[in-house]
Each structure stands twice: as structure tokens, then as C-alpha cells.
Design a protein around this ligand. Sequence first.
Ligand code: CAA
Length: 260
Amino acid sequence: MQHEYQDILVSDISSGVLTITLNRPEAYNALRTQLLSEVAEVLDQAAQNDDVRAVVITGNEKVFAAGADIKEMAALDAVGVLNDPRVLHWRRIAQFTKPLIAAVNGFALGGGCELVMHADIVIAGDNAQFGQPEINLGIIPGAGGTQRLLRTVGKSMAMQLVLSGEFISAAQARDFGLVSEVTIPERSLERATELARKIATKPPIAVRQAKEVLLKAYETTLDSGLSLERKAFTLLAATEDRNEGIAAFMEKRKPNFTGK
Ligand code: CAA
């Protein structure tokens, strides 16, 4: 069953996975405040719900999201931009502690590409196009596009995308590490869901620690990152799931992880 919000659809939890579908097809899923607040709210709830182990986020077959809602943005002066509540919603999305997997078909532009970069794993249909065309509007990416893109695809391609506004294909995005797999468009959501379900069977505390430590690699020195990894590794030694995982291996059986 799909639960209808104003701008998104949210599935029931199935095998530990919740699916969010961006649902403003008439505006190419432009990320107006309402849409972003709904995504942030659902992720906040998912973070608190032990039954949710991973979340998939997707759009439709033609568009993931064409960026911030330009019509909404047009009404904001500098003070409006300064106080824009969307900044808070982006932060809530960035702070989601469980795996977020994006299934992307069609356009992922501007804020849409930035939303893709908030996902932990990205599966793209071969019709996907990624870009940061804000330069054409006299602005620059404002939801992490300059920072996350450079850390993801490297300086030259980040500069190319942000300065020229050109789009890249799914295959190029894969070559540059923005997406991990390219499928036919009809399969991207299925593949993302398959991965999410697999992750949902893994020990949740270890999954959460892995995500936290991996994301730290973006913003810290190797030495601090290694130290954090070691601490997380040590913490996991205190979990029942670690004992269960090792015991199951020894006894040649499947582990039964309980999240403790
Ligand atoms: N905001 C609001 N409406 C949008 C939109 C956006 N970002 N993108 C598309 N739409 C709307 C169009 O206005 C149009 O609606 P109407 O029919 O009511 O006019 C409808 O979606 C379809 O769009 P097009 O007719 O333009 O479709 P197309 O197939 O010819 O082109 C496109 C598709 C290349 C995605 C083109 O729509 C486009 O360039 N969109 C804008 C992309 C963009 O500049 N994104 C960056 C936004 S700024 C940003 O995101 C800032 C940030 O970092 C947070």
C-alpha cells in the first residue's frame, strides 16, 4: 500500500525496506519546501522505527528530480534565502542514520543531483542524466553540490558540471563514482530494493556504524578516520549480533541478528 503525502508516496515497510517516491510529475519532481519537508519527516520517522532497516528513494521513469523549485525560489530575496527552511530539511536528510539507496531514472539535476548525493548507494537507469545547471540561473548549487560533488567525482569533473551546467550520462556518472550500478530503467528500482532488502538482513548496529564511519571519510584526516573506525569496531565487539554472527559461522548456520 502507498501512503499519500502531498508531494511524495510512501510504501508500507516490506522486508525491512521503506520506499519513498517523489511525486510531483507535473513539475518534474521539483524539490519545493513541502516535498523536502515530507522526505525529511519520513526519514526522521524511519530512523526511530526499528522495523525500517533501509530506505529506497526514487522518482518516476522520466525524472528523479529537476532541482529546487525555481518558481518557489524566484519569490525569495537574500534574507528569504538566508532563512530558507529547506536548509534544515536538507540537514535532516543528511543526518539520516540508516542506509538510503537512490534509484534514479531520467533527470537528476541541481537539487535532484544533490539529493542523489545524500544517498549512500545510487542505482541509475541508463536513461539517467546528472547535472548541476544552477549556473544558468545565475546561482550555484546550494545543497552541498559543490562540496559533495568534488569529493565524489574529483575536481575536474565537478568543475565541468558546476561551471558549464552540462549534464553527464548514467555511464559517465558510474565511471566517476557518482553511481555504483547502471541498469535498464525498468530495473533500477527493483535492483535498489533488492540491495536494500539484503542490507536489511544484516546486523543493524554494524550497518549504522559502517555508514557513520564511511561518511566521516569525506571530512576527516586518514588518521582520525582510522581511529573512529577502530572505536566503532571495538564497540561492535560488545553487541549480541557480533557473537551471533561469529557463532553462526562456526556452527555453519545462518545468523539470526536481533539488533542488540
Ligand atoms: N522548478 C520548477 N519547475 C520545473 C523545474 C524546476 N526545477 N524543472 C522543470 N519544471 C517544470 C517546468 O516549468 C514545466 O512546467 P510547465 O509545463 O508548467 O511550464 C515542467 O516541469 C516540464 O519542464 P520542461 O517543459 O522544461 O521539460 P523539458 O523536457 O523540455 O526539459 C529539463 C526538462 C531539462 C529538466 C528542464 O525542465 C530544466 O532545465 N529544468 C530546470 C533544471 C534546473 O535548472 N535545476 C536547478 C534548479 S536550482 C537548484 O536546484 C538549486 C539548489 O542547488 C538547491
